[in-house]
Design a protein around this ligand. Structure first.
Ligand code: BG6
Length: 297
């Protein structure tokens, strides 16, 4: 493990590696033993801590999307503050058995990051004045990348929150991929006046701007990104029952200063979350949600 001022990097003996920026605890690189990068980070992403990182796996907390009016999160920016705060590196643990679910796993490394009400900026504390603690664990094995967020209410008042893990996957050609296992699920179509629709396709093609929040998705059934007969990514979840699928396509891409005009062709966001309704956490209580991403092996 290599720790410097802004990033923590870990490499397994088998060659896989992960890199996490303390800013947002954003995983910004995940490479297979072959050296193939799995995550998309825009060539225009801002990495100096002045704006949430455009790519990798930003952590969305405590609100997904623009905050609603007249709610405890109303003064926060879109997607909350966790992705634009500097987290603490809490340490690493290695294990022979952490990734033991599959035959191939011979070692794994777990990196823990923390964010709490005592270390966020004054502005964020004013905008969301709750006592909380987050621990985000990034676990790399030769067969998967798992990320898990633990939320603790350290105060006595309950608070409402959303969590979402905003995966930006790198894909060879977005027109050739399909997103599978969301058939029959209800979704909110954010590019069509937030209409509620039902998914009819068992293999969703991305053919234009796409911004959909699928709800009540069984977390144990993998949602996958496939290309022809190859599964590029397969994602299982715990505690995260929504899946957002996002691609900005041409016009939205042009509107984002930290995203190249043509970069939409090489990425897709598939974002497990708990964003259908507010999670309510009573004083002293804890909550946990996680995802496990298996790459093409
Ligand atoms: C997705 C949302 O999760 O994130 C989209 O569903 C949004 O509506 C996208 O455009 C990117 O958000 P941001 O704040 O990082 O530009």
């Amino acid at each position: 493990v290599n720790v410097n001022e802004s990033t923590v990097e870990a490499i397994l003996p088998t060659g896989e590696s992960v890199s996490v920026h303390l800013y947002g605890a954003t995983v910004t690189s995940w490479k297979l033993a072959t050296g193939e990068e799995q995550l998309f980070v825009s060539s225009k992403a801002i990495l100096d801590g002045s704006k949430a990182i455009r790519g990798g796996i930003p952590v969305v907390f405590p609100v997904f999307g623009p905050p609603p009016p007249n709610h405890a999160t109303s003064n926060l920016p879109q997607h909350g503050f966790a992705r634009s705060q500097t987290w603490e590196f809490l340490g690493k643990s290695s294990s022979e058995s952490l990734g033991s679910k599959g035959a191939k796993a011979d070692s794994a490394v777990k990196l823990d990051f923390g964010l709490s009400s005592s270390i966020i900026t004054e502005d964020a504390r004013k905008a969301w004045p709750y006592e909380f603690g987050l621990v985000y664990s990034v676990i790399l094995s030769s067969e998967s990348l798992e990320t898990s967020l633990h939320v603790q209410n350290k105060g006595s008042q309950p608070f409402d929150f959303h969590v979402l893990l905003h995966n930006y996957f790198k894909v060879p050609d977005v027109s050739k991929i399909r997103v599978k296992n969301l058939q029959n699920k209800t979704y909110t179509d954010k590019v069509d006046n937030k209409q509620e629709k039902q998914e009819t396709s068992d293999a969703i093609a991305i053919t234009g701007e796409t911004d959909r929040v699928y709800v009540d998705v069984d977390p144990t059934a993998p949602v996958s990104v496939v290309e022809d007969d190859k599964t590029l990514f397969s994602i299982t979840r715990e505690g995260l029952n929504t899946v957002t699928v996002w691609n900005p396509w041409t016009e939205k891409a042009k509107g984002m200063s930290d995203f190249g005009d043509e970069e939409y062709k090489g990425m897709v966001c598939v974002e497990p979350g708990a964003v259908k309704s507010w999670q309510v956490l009573e004083g002293g209580d804890t909550w946990e949600g996680s995802q496990t991403i298996r790459p093409r092996l």
